[in-house]
Design a protein around this ligand. Structure first.
Ligand SMILES: Cc1cc2nc3c(=O)[nH]c(=O)nc-3n(C[C@H](O)[C@H](O)[C@H](O)COP(=O)(O)O)c2cc1C
Length: 333
């Protein structure tokens, strides 16, 4: 358990913000699997200020997801402050997070995302302006630095703390690394030792045991899980249980995976519409099926489907096939 400002987080497992993934449909599903805190996908400050309909829809939060951290991105103090004020007054988010980690050129060339990491003074300036403009606690999610010659993680986190930020999440890679190489947990440890606000460690937590190792060895307050939760909310549940009891519960059956995939699909349809949801769900369905033997054919078919009925039929049929195969294999032994 830890606190971000006045917001109580009931366990140390945090769902990472992921663009195109962490909308209300997925977040609620992950929350039901026990996440202490869920983070929303990044939202453009300018999109909010220009009343862009798609952007404003991204601000929807179901009460059952709370506590929730809503992330904004932008490259200018003024627009970030105005967007933060909007989120503060018009959403039921508990925490406002500023993105200082996105490595994508489209974002960094506007001075947003990881570009902030090059200047702790600018970080201090923008975070204090946002903190002074809103009531909700403000946090920052950052990478360790821009490249290996510019790793200012400690200075940057200290700037966040001095500016009144209430926590930092640190992904142990530089901007230049994108998602390559290994996350450097030692630098996360240096950050933890240098600030008094909560530090959430992130990067390469693939198993419940990794999460425990990060908490024990790095001493972070929370552990943030991204890619390992794609199509796999059980990762969150298994990690929470492992940290609480030491018990490593088994991976779900294919039937369980498909049932949750369909629940996720139905939530996405309710959030968007069938056409958009089914298209978006293609990638999620592939993630839910990852590692299940013989999934190549069904994955190809999923990529062609356009309606809920088609997608659900494919998934249900696949479960039947897998279970029939499992039964015949068991009889053959
Ligand atoms: C598909 C995808 C989208 C992401 N979108 C965001 C985002 O919107 N905001 C953010 O701060 N990080 C984003 N990230 C980075 C993750 O939050 C996380 O820092 C990174 O994946 C490392 O953690 P992991 O090793 O547990 O995946 C994204 C990552 C992925 C894979």
């Amino acid at each position: 358990m830890f606190k971000i400002g006045d917001v109580q987080i009931n366990n140390r497992v945090v769902l990472a913000p992921m663009a195109g993934v962490c909308n209300s449909a997925f977040r609620l599903t992950v929350k039901e699997f026990g996440a202490g805190l869920v983070c929303a996908e990044m939202v453009s400050d300018k999109g909010i200020l220009f009343n862009n309909e798609k952007t404003l829809n991204m601000l929807y939060i179901d009460e059952r997801e709370k506590p929730l951290s809503l992330q904004i991105f932008g490259g200018e103090k003024e627009t970030l402050v105005e967007a933060a004020k909007f989120v503060d007054k018009n959403t039921n988010a508990d925490i406002i997070d500023i993105n200082m980690g996105c490595p994508v050129p489209k974002i960094t060339k506007c001075d947003a995302g990881a570009k902030w990491l090059l200047d702790p003074n600018k970080i201090y300036d923008v975070v204090s302006a946002v903190v002074n403009a809103v009531e909700k606690p403000v946090t920052v999610k950052m990478r360790i630095g821009w490249d290996e010659d510019h790793i200012y993680a400690v200075e940057n986190a200290q700037a966040v703390e001095r500016a009144g930020g209430k926590a930092v999440a640190v992904h142990g890679r530089t901007r230049v690394q994108m998602y390559e190489g290994k996350a450097d947990w030692n630098i996360i440890k240096q950050v933890k030792e240098a600030v008094n606000i909560p530090v959430i460690g992130n990067g390469d937590v693939q198993t419940p045991q990794d999460a425990k190792r990060m908490l024990d060895e790095i001493g972070v307050d929370g552990v943030m899980i991204g890619r390992a939760a794609l199509g796999n909310p059980w990762m969150i549940y298994r990690t929470v249980r492992y940290l609480e009891t030491g018990e490593l519960i088994p991976e779900p059956s294919v039937r369980e995976k498909i049932d949750v995939c369909i629940l996720h699909l139905d939530r996405l349809i309710a959030l968007k519409n069938e056409h958009i949801a089914v298209k978006e769900m293609r990638k999620h369905a592939a993630w839910y099926l990852k590692g299940v033997r013989g999934n190549a054919r069904v994955r190809n078919a999923i990529n062609e489907c356009n309606t809920r009925e088609e997608l659900v039929n494919l998934l249900r049929q696949f479960v039947e096939e897998v279970e029939a195969k499992q039964q015949s294999d068991a009889q053959a032994v």
